[in-house]
Design a binder for this molecule. Sequence first.
Ligand SMILES: [Zn+2]
Length: 270
Amino acid sequence: MTAMALKENRAGALTYFTAENLTVPHAFTTRLGGVSQGYLASLNLGFHRGDDPERVLENYRILCAALGTAPEAVAAAHQTHSDIVLTVGPEEMGAGVTKPRLPACDALITGLPGAALVVFTADCTPILLHDPVTGAVGAVHAGWRGTAQDIGGKTVEAMVRTFGCRREDIRAAVGPNIGQCCFETGPEVPQAMEAQMGPEAWGFVRPAGEKYYVNLKAINAQLLRRAGVTDIAVSDQCTACRTDLFWSARRMGDQRGSLGAMIVCKGGGR
Ligand SMILES: [Zn+2]
């Protein structure tokens, strides 16, 4: 088990975070370093946020250049707060970026060298996965509903089933999301976590009057551990505390862009 902060990286104005345990190109983006304007300034990766598609595509070019890839190689999740994991092959490269979008899915996996995966968040939990033995990678959008459906663990299972990964070889990074400091909920959220995890869930919940503060980073990390992953980096940043740096749905409502968590497959043996 690892609990290390992520590292801040800059490439020109582009600012993004990486995890040292993932040894392939990857990024948890911030809102800094893109070309979008107004309330979307400046790095918005969502084509459905009211942005000019040309500016969004340019944002992809900027991010992809920093990771040594290109928008045509990226498959973007078509997120619906489901627990659907989709495998990306040659046909899916470019989907949702330079080609029509994928069918509904909240997690992507691939073993195809050169393919890149991206999921989107603005408070929800992004998780990136990498198996250095097989080279397989995964990207997960875990909202609280997805977390309660154990989408992270299901993505690990899909990597084991599809690419023959060993669970103990898979490394994970849990990116910036809405922290326990800001994720105030009603009883439905901790109850959904208890339904998935049992009473252990309450160890990640701080009650406050009729409300609850839920630690989604720790819950996702624990669900990954239950799935057999031992090497897990966890961000210490809160998207809702740092709206200067991140997009936050809770703080900004609809007037905000989308963060991306992107990872590039480089094949096996590293
Ligand atoms: Zn916070």
